[in-house]
Design a protein around this ligand. Structure first.
Ligand code: C2E
Ligand code: MG
Ligand code: MG
Length: 615
């Protein structure tokens, strides 16, 4: 103790010594001494304060500072200190790295250089001033090379004499942001084509309509469906189908302005939003351009494909004032375009107006047509390719209307369907055709069969099988001489009940054909569940054979698949020798078409029978 005192001078205040207590524990004492004169004697006052606690605290603080420094320097997150007006006071390496700088370089910059615009930073600073701390703010900031970087930033405003410093951390979330954007992109886009999907399309319509309302402009919504896409998919495979969709998507995009939207609704359905147009004529121009563009040959995987599209157009505000209605009307107009032979466009307005007026008067006359015996059945020969013999006839109804002239079935069957008139009319056709065929059998053409078309509505008739059985009994035509034709959509509409009905008919010995094959949505593999005998390849495929365009890939695929399923194949609508030659090469057994004969009244059909030997 004396030694300690000896070293103390007045200047040496507050020195700290380590001492031992009586109980042996160590403590730090801060010793302060004063020399003074008291009663003529020099005296020294020594004060010892136990400062152990304080020492520990101080050390801890130093440790903390060190740790803080390390945390700052070695942090994986970017850490910074700057002033409110944008001077960078301190940054760590991580922060510099996030922005593509060296630390020293960044210290020479201002905060502004990390934002894309002054306003960007000011917006953040305003919020910071209001809230003092900001947590997890997502910002799109600017790297040294000008490219964007998404960061997550935490900031605190510290009051200082100069008006405030900002301390904060920044982490790079570009990767997460990209993943998130990817998810969002996928929610609004079609994966295959990269086009907007129906969600985004609806959204775009709403935006376009709002604008059109303000600007008093017009918007066109087009609904497109590729003709016969399903068949390409079924016969050439999904890869080719996908390739075709991608190519079609590209073509569609090339037909419109960048402010218009092409979307894929699903399957082979596309939609186009043509915004801000002056009148419907502009819409027609775009539609025409699309038709031409799509119909140019498309090469996919070495296949040269020829597709066309049918387009329905709905116009805002004439055909609807909301997305839902416009889409529905465009869709309906698209069906009309299909009915009218595909590869064309139809306006919804026209469909609605035309439909209403024409329908009324048609419906009225159709009601009387049956009683007035205005219907006739014509017969189109079916010819065996190998022998060129007549093997049968398809019964096709005609309406000799005093008001409308000779009406083709496509013009009145849909109305007859909707009004229910198809039931008596259909029964009459069946009876007439069976009776007629029985007459020809009696005349010596015993091998002939007659094909009768059945509409969807008839197919739902509960007593259909009974009705057919009765007609066969009444006319004495063997069941095997009757061929019932239904379209694939009719068959597929309610697959379960179809299977039942067809099985019933089959048990009676009636033959079953799938008409217009390739135009519906079924596939051969689906149809193999049904007890069918024949597929009739739709004439639109046969027509393609003559353009020298199609190498017959589709027809050839259908024929070979049909053969694998042991089905008979009839090609419809054969008009040229060239088509016949290709069909013969593909081993198609039976054809039907203008090349051999148009559908004929019964007497004329007899003349053909007389001229050509039946089988
Ligand atoms: P479908 O059953 O596919 O009949 C073939 C259609 O193609 C017939 O038209 C026929 O005249 C036509 N056609 C035949 N060969 C050729 C050709 O070489 N070139 C061209 N361009 N066309 C050819 P149609 O008679 O106008 O009948 C149209 C559709 O109406 C039929 O198509 C069938 O689905 C329906 N239909 C006809 N008669 C009846 C019937 O009695 N009942 C029902 N429900 N539907 C019928
Ligand atoms: Mg038919
Ligand atoms: Mg057909």
């Amino acid at each position: 103790m004396m030694k300690t005192l000896a070293t103390l001078h007045d200047r040496d205040r507050n020195r700290i010594f380590r001492h031992r207590k009586k109980d042996g524990s160590i403590f730090d004492a801060e010793i302060t001494s004063f020399e003074f004169v008291s009663g003529g004697r020099r005296a020294r006052l020594v004060i010892a304060v136990d400062v152990t606690e304080r020492r520990i605290n101080e050390e801890r603080l130093r440790d903390n500072e060190e740790r803080y420094r390390l945390l700052f320097e070695r942090n994986l997150a970017g850490v910074f200190r700057s002033t409110l007006d944008g001077r960078i006071l301190e940054v760590n390496d991580s922060l510099a790295r996030i922005f593509g700088y060296e630390r020293e370089e960044l210290l020479a910059q201002t905060s502004y250089s990390l934002y894309f615009s002054r306003e960007d930073r000011q917006r953040v600073m305003t919020r910071l001033r209001e809230q003092r701390t900001l947590s997890n703010v997502e910002l799109r900031m600017r790297k040294r090379d000008g490219s964007p970087v998404w960061v997550l930033e935490n900031m605190t405003l510290l009051e200082t004499a100069e008006g405030g410093n900002i301390e904060g951390t920044i982490i790079d979330i570009s990767e997460r942001k990209a993943a998130q954007e990817q998810v969002e992109y996928q929610a609004y886009h079609d994966v295959l084509t990269g086009l907007p999907n129906r969600l985004l399309f609806r959204d775009r319509i709403s935006v376009a309509l709002a604008h059109a309302r303000r600007a008093r402009r017009t918007v066109a919504i087009m609904f497109l469906d590729l003709d016969h896409f399903k068949l390409v998919n079924d016969t050439l495979g999904h890869t080719v189908g996908d390739g075709l969709l991608q190519a079609a998507a590209e073509r569609l995009v090339s037909c419109v302005r960048s402010e218009d939207t092409v979307a894929r609704m699903g399957g082979d359905e596309f939609t186009i939003l043509v915004s801000d147009i002056a009148d419907t004529r502009s819409a027609a121009t775009v539609a025409q351009k699309v038709l031409e563009s799509i119909s140019r040959p498309i090469e996919v995987d070495g296949h040269e494909l020829f597709v066309t599209t049918s387009i329905g157009i709905a116009i805002f505000p004439d055909d609807g004032t909301d997305a839902e209605t416009l889409l529905k009307n465009a869709d309906r107009a698209m069906y009309r375009a299909k009915e009218l032979g595909r590869n064309n466009f139809q306006f919804a307005t026209q469909v609605i107006v035309e439909g209403k007026a024409a329908r009324l008067s048609l419906e009225r006359s159709l009601h009387h047509a049956f009683d007035r015996k205005e219907f006739v059945v014509h017969y189109q020969p079916m010819i065996e390719v190998g022998t060129r013999r007549v093997v049968g006839a398809e019964a096709l109804i005609r309406w000799l209307s005093p008001e409308f002239g000779l009406m083709a079935p496509d013009e009145f069957i849909p109305v007859a369907e909707e009004t229910g008139l198809i039931l008596p009319i259909g029964e009459w056709v069946l009876r007439t055709a069976c009776a007629q065929m029985k007459t020809w059998h009696r005349a010596g053409h015993k091998e002939l069969h007659v094909a009768v078309n059945l509409s969807a509505r008839q197919f739902q008739q509960r007593d259909l099988a009974m009705m057919i059985e009765r007609i066969l009994e009444d006319t004495k035509l063997p069941a095997s001489a009757l061929d019932i034709e239904i379209t694939e959509s009719t068959a597929m509409h309610n697959a379960k009940s179809s299977l039942e009905i067809l099985t019933g008919l089959k048990q009676m010995g009636v033959r079953i054909s799938i008409d217009d094959f390739g135009t519906g949505y079924s596939s051969l593999s689906y149809l193999k569940e049904f007890p069918i005998d024949t597929v009739k390849i739709d004439q639109s495929f046969v027509r393609d054979l003559s353009q020298g365009s199609n190498d017959g890939a589709i027809v050839s695929a259908v024929i070979s698949m049909a053969r694998a399923l042991k089905l008979h194949v009839v090609a419809e609508g054969v008009e040229t020798e060239e088509q016949l030659a290709i069909l013969r090469r593909e081993h198609c057994e039976t054809i039907q078409g203008f090349l051999c004969s148009r559908p004929l009244p019964a007497e004329e059909f007899e003349a053909v029978l007389a001229a050509r030997p039946s089988s």
